[in-house]
Write a protein that binds this ligand. Structure first.
Ligand code: AMP
Length: 116
């Protein structure tokens, strides 16, 4: 655990979150500032800074994050109309919390992938 990492502190139970799914190695909780009717974040419990580092260090765990994201999408009723799965990565990617997280977004048409 990284003591100054917000999402590590959620994993540790030090900061409250609305948890929607938990596996041995992953956690899914609602985004505090939702950008869509459904907006859930999926993280590995272990700290990795971004998706590239995670995929390089532990591809199996990266797969578990994807599997949890898929299970969340199903549980939230998003499979029929579809959803967006997004990993903001680094400064240009708009990443603000440097503990890798997948955004599961859905519940309405989300528009173009990138605003221009
Ligand atoms: P990103 O810009 O990809 O790093 O996304 C970080 C996300 O974390 C944003 O969508 C925030 O709304 C969300 N967030 C920040 N603090 C919390 C929190 N305490 N609980 C849940 N989500 C949070």
């Amino acid at each position: 655990m990284e003591t100054d990492c917000l999402f590590c502190r959620i994993v540790a139970g030090e900061i409250p979150a609305t948890i929607v799914r938990e596996t041995e190695r992953t956690l899914a909780f609602r985004d505090i500032d939702p950008k869509a009717p459904t907006h859930v974040l999926v993280i590995p419990k272990e700290h990795y800074g971004d998706v590239a580092v995670l995929a390089e260090s532990d591809p199996g765990l990266a797969g578990e994050v994807l599997a949890t994201a898929g299970a969340v999408a199903e549980a939230e009723g998003l499979l029929g109309d579809g959803f967006r799965l997004m990993f903001n990565t680094g400064v240009n990617g708009g990443q603000e919390v440097f503990h890798v997280h997948a955004h599961v977004l859905g519940g309405a048409p989300l528009g173009p992938m990138i605003a221009r």
